[in-house]
Write a protein that binds this ligand. Structure first.
Ligand SMILES: [Zn+2]
Length: 471
């Protein structure tokens, strides 16, 4: 045979081999394993979500690391949804590495997300460090030291993945969107004085209109035992801040009531895995109403919406499973502050802790000191984006930090998949990632953002590229 014929023959046999392997792959069953590990801290413990020290007095409902491992052929993925305000790299990285070591799942195929519940523990950030130092000064040691919690959390997240991996069993998939238009509101508003305001006063005559959209789509992925009608678990994603509980009891926020509502329809063993959608600028606060909905009602309403869509057949089986994972890193710069600005912010921190200054000023001081903490300790100058294909109609995107809703909408609009869940706060938490437009407009989320303008646009582009690659 001539060289060109040998090459042609090789190409042909390679094509056949690839064709056969793709054919086999589509026929291979999808397996899933689910495990929940409780991560509620001891009480009393500092709670997250606000700019002052709030100590827990008990537990409304336990907090969990909710893990799912997916397996098909040679491909595996693990997603962990933690009832936490966020998960920092100091937790997610060692947890992913240990889980990878114990299960063989590649680190880049593992995502550890926070749901952003505001009734979870405060265990990182410059504000956490300020409370810790003040307590240590006053008492000799900090009675609420979070170091043991952080170590235990890392282990528990890894344990959840290991346990889920050990319980793999065949599943069938369904996916689609439910529509929820009653619960979520863009919380930034154009005001008559030309400014953009976050959470303006209720019924303020100075409000013109919301400064951005919401995302009414509730992404739903259902897993069932083969041949069974009722699902055993659901990955559900909705873009609305989990800050609807308040008080001093630990709670998973509306995820708990959503789970209770879905268990009413699908049985007490049904498991809800909630991936928070891109809700950096979305919350439950209706500026036309004096009284706001709370977690129990919200979870129930969201659950009604999801259960209705499932029962009406809107969540559908869409072809053979085709599990695949892609991950990439996007370069990201932290904001820059002068020595003078850093010194001023540092001096303000005790006043933030004492609740002596306003919210925007407090957010600014926390942000500048947190940027310095990130620079000193760990920030690698890049952020990770992951995409998981479940079948040729369904994918899940995972992005770090609190992402503005416009990015989730843009990713979904450009996605070649019929159903795309875009989940935020994966693997790291650098607070808000606003759009370039929002950076120009200002207000709270911008004041409390640690990254340079343009970071979110880069993350969205990277996510869209991964989705196209997977399709
Ligand atoms: Zn928040």
């Amino acid at each position: 045979m001539s060289n060109s014929r040998i090459v042609a023959a090789l190409v042909l046999s390679l094509t056949i081999a690839l064709g056969i392997s793709c054919g086999l792959r589509a026929a291979e069953p999808l397996e899933a394993g689910i495990a929940f590990v409780e991560i509620t801290p001891p009480t009393p413990f500092r709670m997250s979500g606000y700019f002052y020290e709030r100590l827990s007095t008990g537990t409304k409902d336990p907090l969990y690391a909710r893990a799912i491992v997916l397996h098909q052929g040679n491909e595996k993925a693990a997603l962990v949804f933690c009832d936490l305000v966020g998960v920092t790299r100091e937790i997610s990285q060692p947890a992913r590495e240990r889980a990878s070591h114990d299960t063989g799942i590649p680190v880049e195929h593992i995502a550890v997300t926070g749901t952003h519940t505001h009734t979870g523990p405060l265990y990182f950030s410059s504000l956490h460090d300020e409370f810790h130092e003040l307590a240590a000064k006053a008492h000799g040691t900090d009675p609420y030291d979070s170091a043991p919690y952080r170590a235990a959390l890392t282990d528990k997240v890894a344990d959840a993945i290991v346990q889920a991996n050990a319980s793999l069993a065949p599943v069938e998939l369904k996916s689609g969107y439910a529509q929820e238009t009653r619960l979520a509101f863009n919380r930034r508003f154009y005001m008559k004085d030309g400014s953009v305001k976050f959470n303006p006063p209720i019924n303020s005559p100075d409000i013109i209109r919301p400064a951005g959209p919401i995302d009414p789509q509730v992404g739903v992925v259902l897993l069932s035992k083969p041949g069974e009608k009722d699902p055993l678990a659901g990955i559900i994603s909705f873009a609305m801040h989990l800050d609807t509980t308040s008080g001093t009891l630990f709670s998973a926020d509306y995820v708990n009531s959503l789970n209770i509502r879905l268990q009413k329809t699908f049985g007490p063993d049904f498991k809800t895995l909630f991936g928070t959608g891109t809700c950096g600028n979305i919350n439950h606060r209706d500026v036309t109403k004096e009284k706001q909905r709370e977690a129990d009602e919200i979870g129930q309403m969201l659950g009604d919406t999801v259960a209705d869509a499932i029962q009406k057949g809107e969540i559908k089986a869409d072809g053979d499973p085709a599990l695949a994972v892609r991950s990439t890193k996007v370069s990201a710069e932290l904001q820059e502050y002068s020595a003078d600005e850093i010194a001023k912010a540092t001096d303000k921190m005790p006043h933030v802790a004492a609740r002596e200054i306003g919210m925007l000023e407090a957010a600014q001081a926390c942000k500048i000191t947190d940027v310095e903490r990130l620079k000193k300790s760990r920030f690698p100058g890049e952020l990770e984006v992951q995409a998981v294909r479940l079948n040729h109609e369904t994918a899940i995107v995972l992005l770090p930090s609190e992402i503005f809703v416009e990015f989730g909408l843009a990713i979904k609009a450009a996605s070649p998949f019929k159903t795309t869940l875009v989940v935020e706060l994966a693997n790291d938490d650098l607070a808000y990632i606003p759009t370039k437009r929002a950076f120009a407009e200002g207000s709270y989320e911008v004041t409390n953002s640690r990254v340079q303008p343009g970071t979110g646009e880069k993350l969205a582009d990277a996510a869209i590229a991964l989705l196209k690659e997977l399709q």
